[in-house]
Design a protein around this ligand. Structure first.
Ligand code: GDP
Length: 425
C-alpha cells in the first residue's frame, strides 16, 4: 500500500514527526521532490535531528530509504547528514539514491545567491540551496542525472562544456562574477561519484517490485500545498510540485497506487519567505506565538530565520487539503495554543467587499483580507493526554470546528514534538 505524507499549508506543519510516527509500519520511505531547502525535525531516542536531504525513515533499521528521481539531490548535504547520523550513534541507514535523480551542482547554489542579491528587496526569500536554478536546468535539459557521473569521461566532459557555455555567459553578463572552469566541475563530479557509488540504484525497478509485492511504501513530501509550483502562491512558491500527485512522477509509482494521502495541517499558521499570507499576524501577538510555537520556537530548520506567524487559515487549509487529494488529516502543534484565552481562526476572505470561501489565484489573493471567528481557548497543557476524549472540551471543539470547515476527517492529533505525543481518533 502506498501512502503519502504531505503538507496543507506553507510547510513546517510537522511532516517529519508524522512521517517518523508512520514510518514504523513502513517498509520503504521515499523522498520524491524538493531538495535540502527545507528541513524535517525529528525527535527520537537518538536525540533531535533536522533532516534536509535524507528521508525520515533513516532512524529505522528495517526501512529502505529512497532518494527518488524527482529530488534536487545535494551530494554534499547527503554526505554531511549521513556523517552526522553516524557521529551521533544512529546505526548505518539502509538508503539508495535513484540513478535518475539529478544533482544540485555547486554553481546552482551560487546562482541562487547571485539572483537573490540581484533582486534585492524583490527577492523570493530563497533558502539559497540552489533549488530554483537546479529545476530550471533540469527542464532546460542541462542538468546532470546521477547515472551520468558513471558515463565515460569524454561524454561527461562534453556535457559540462555545453552547460558551462550558458552558465558562464550569465555569470559574465548578468552577475558580473568569475567564470567556472570545466576542470573545476569535472573534479567535483568525480568526488561526488566516489561518495555516491555505494548508494546508486535503479530505484524504479526496486519500487516497481515493492508495489507488486504489496509492501508498505511511504512518500514523504516536503513544504506544503501553498508552495506548490502550480497550485501555490505563484511566483512565491518553491520550484517543485509539493502535492501528493507528484509522488507518482518523483518516485516512479503508478498514480492509482497512492491509496492514502495523510495531509499535515498545523493548528496555527507559519510561513517562511515572501508571498501571500492572509491570516498573518504581527507585533507582540505574533512574537508570542513564534516564541511558544513548534518545539523551541518557530525558526526555519534550514536558515534559522524567524517564521512569519498567523492564525489557522481554514480557507487556505481546505484548499491545500483538496489540492493534495487528502484522505486523512493529521492536526499538529495543537499543544502550543494552550496559552490563549481565545483563539481566532480565519473562516473566509473578504475580496472586493464580498466574503468568499475559496482560495483564489494570486492576483485576487493579494486583495483578500481575513474574516476571523474567535473560538474559546482551553488554557491548559494537553501534551500528556493520550486519549481523544480526555482532551478539554474547548480543545475538542477547536479540532471539530476545523474538521467541519476542512471537510475531511482529522484522524490524528499531534500534541507535542515527540513520537508518543500522538492521539488517534
Ligand atoms: P516539517 O518540515 O513539516 O517536518 O516541519 P518541521 O520539522 O519544521 O516541524 C515543525 C516543528 O514543530 C519542529 O520543531 C517539530 O519538532 C515540532 N512539532 C511537530 N509536531 C509538534 C507538536 O504536535 N507539538 C509541538 N509542540 N511541536 C511539534
Amino acid at each position: 500500500m502506498v501512502k503519502a505524507i504531505v503538507g496543507a499549508n506553507w510547510g513546517d506543519e510537522g511532516k517529519g514527526k508524522i512521517t517518523d510516527v508512520l514510518a514504523q509500519e513502513s517498509d520503504i520511505v521515499i523522498r520524491f521532490q524538493g531538495g535540502s531547502n527545507a528541513g524535517h525535525t525529528i525527535i527520537n531516542n537518538y536525540g533531535k535531528f533536522a533532516l534536509h536531504q535524507l528521508p525520515s525513515g533513516v532512524f529505522h533499521q528495517h526501512i529502505l530509504n529512497i532518494i527518488g528521481n524527482g529530488v534536487a539531490f545535494s551530494v554534499e548535504n547527503f554526505v554531511k547528514e549521513m556523517k552526522s547520523l553516524e557521529e551521533r550513534g544512529v546505526p548505518k541507514p539502509n538508503i539508495v539514491v535513484s540513478d535518475r535523480a539529478q544533482i544540485v551542482m555547486p554553481y546552482h547554489v551560487a546562482f541562487d545567491c547571485y539572483e537573490e542579491e540581484r533582486l534585492g528587496k524583490n527577492s523570493f526569500g530563497s533558502t539559497k540551496s540552489g533549488i530554483a536554478p537546479f529545476y530550471s536546468d533540469k527542464y532546460s535539459k542541462i542538468g546532470f542525472q546521477v547515472n551520468e557521473l558513471f558515463d565515460d569521461v569524454d561524454s561527461l566532459k562534453a556535457k559540462i562544456v555545453h552547460a558551462l557555455e550558458i552558465k558562464n555567459a550569465t555569470l559574465r553578463n548578468l552577475y558580473n562574477k568569475p567564470e567556472i572552469t570545466v576542470d573545476e566541475i569535472f573534479n567535483k563530479l568525480m568526488e561526488y561519484k566516489e561518495a555516491l557509488a555505494p548508494y546508486v540504484a535503479d530505484t524504479f525497478s526496486i519500487v516497481y517490485e515493492a508495489v507488486k509485492a504489496g509492501k508498505n511504501i511511504l512518500l514523504e513530501g516536503q513544504l506544503g500545498a501553498l508552495k506548490d509550483t502550480d497550485f501555490g502562491i505563484y511566483p512565491m512558491v518553491t520550484s517543485s510540485n509539493t502535492i501528493a500527485g507528484y509522488g507518482a512522477v518523483g518516485a516512479g509509482i503508478p498514480p492509482y497506487e497512492i491509496k492514502e494521502v495523510v495531509t499535515v495541517v498545523k493548528a496555527y499558521s507559519s510561513a517562511v519567505g515572501a508571498g501571500e499570507f492572509v491570516s498573518e499576524i504581527f507585533g507582540e501577538e505574533a512574537d508570542e506565538l513564534r516564541r511558544r510555537g513548534g518545539d523551541g520556537g518557530e525558526y526555519g530548520a534550514t536558515t534559522g530565520r524567524p517564521r512569519r506567524m498567523g492564525w489557522l487559515d481554514l480557507v487556505a487549509t481546505r484548499y491545500g487539503c483538496r489540492v493534495q487529494g487528502t484522505t486523512t488529516v493529521a492536526f499538529t502543534v495543537l499543544d502550543v495554543l494552550g496559552y490563549l484565552d481565545e483563539i481566532p481562526v480565519c473562516v473566509g476572505y473578504e475580496l472586493d467587499g464580498k466574503v468568499i470561501d475559496y482560495f483564489p489565484s494570486t492576483t485576487k489573493l493579494k486583495r483578500c483580507k481575513p474574516v476571523l471567528k474567535v473560538l474559546p481557548g482551553w488554557k491548559c497543557d494537553i501534551s500528556n493526554i493520550k486519549k481523544y476524549e480526555d482532551l478539554p472540551e474547548n480543545c475538542r471543539n477547536y479540532i471539530e470546528f476545523a474538521e467541519k470547515e476542512i471537510g475531511i476527517k482529522i484522524g490524528m492529533v499531534s500534541n507535542g514534538p515527540s513520537r508518543d505525543h500522538i492521539i488517534y481518533r
